[in-house]
Design a protein around this ligand. Sequence first.
Ligand code: PLP
Length: 449
Amino acid sequence: MNDAPAPNTLSNSLTPEMMEALWLPFTANRKFKRSPRVFDGAQGMYYTTREGRQILDGMAGLWCVNAGHGQRKIVEAIKAQAEQLDFVSSFSMTHSLAFEFAHAIAQVTPGDLNHVFFANSGSEAVDTALKMARAYHVARGEAGRTRLIGRSRSYHGMGWGGLSVAGMARHRKDFGPLLPEVSHLNHHYVPQKNAFSRGRPAWGAQLANELEQMTVVHDPSTIAAVIVEPVVGSGGVLPPPVGYLERLREICDKYGFLLIFDEVITGFGRLGTAFGSEMLGVTPDIITCAKGMTNAAVPMGGVIVNQKVWDAFTSGPEETIELFHGYTYSAHPLACAAGLATLEVHRDLDLYARTRRAAQRWEEAAHALKGEPHVFDIRNIGLLAAIQLDPRPGAIGTRGAEVNELCYEAGILIRNTVDTLVLSPPLIIEDAEIDRIFDTIRTALKKIA
Ligand SMILES: Cc1ncc(COP(=O)(O)O)c(C=O)c1O
């Protein structure tokens, strides 16, 4: 007999000891536990809280449940796979779904990005991509190319590599020396020039020339790769200026740098195409992905490389291990099953076309907040948006936090990065839900001081 308590019994009796045992990431744990947000169910666009409230999910979990919660096909695929094969290592062995999922991804990637390496999160994907970039140059006989170039305001996860190339001071501050041989571009957000842009700002392509200027200090033969989010996500939803990514691509080609797009947020439909690179019209050498890849139902990350990168690794003798890198759970069977079902659901729902349609109303509704109290800027692209508020003098972040709380009380889940409200709903969002999100924010803005 199985005498373990049923899950509901457990969650209905949260004791102070249980609360104490959990250390939540990126959270003020002690404050949080005084009035915790606890979600015990989810379906479609909605979470169900422990108290039974329905909360409209304006964040797709954490930029990840792109096809909406509880998609049956995905749930059934995970169940069936758990019955069939719980685990097999990927070190010199694998399972059929790993091939199938890699192939299915290669069908929807831009250009010749056709080779997929599986990791378990965005952070692992980024660290893998950075290691691949250096190893790629070693394989080509240019071992001197070690410098990695990131950008300010970027987020690339929490591994040492991702943190080193990322551009958020507070994230880096407590963790001592990060990777050497890293430089950062400036970000492209210049509100005097591109505030209230709809989609990509018209101004700012020339800011990418900074990459070329870096070669004055760092000889190009020492630079391995440039990594950017094609649309900055956690740093406040910053779409790239028209022409900016194209210019980065040109400079990378001129000097032999690999261009890595971190598509952990923009991958799998967020911009109305399978990958953001397709919508933005610029193809990198390497894409990192995670989140929407499995609809977040099972953790997974991936690194997708083009033929040039693959060829460099596979030019040696056949018996050589090409990359001394990997994870126990690379290509986990449950994740591959969830991922294949996710792509099927995307096709069933014609999700990318649907996202492109919804994005039009989304843009209108977001920009209709212009002129409301405290609104400093509004940005959008695909089904992403940011509403940046003027900080309250002497109390930075309080306006953002108060709007977040008022929205939650009204049944809407949003995020705030300091005083910037960020939104990234499931891509199945309906017009009425779009309106409800922005109307709720409007009401909250009118209420706060
Ligand atoms: C662009 C980007 N890269 C990497 C990551 C890290 O992903 P994970 O939290 O799955 O490690 C994130 C997470 O939000 C992200 O937005």
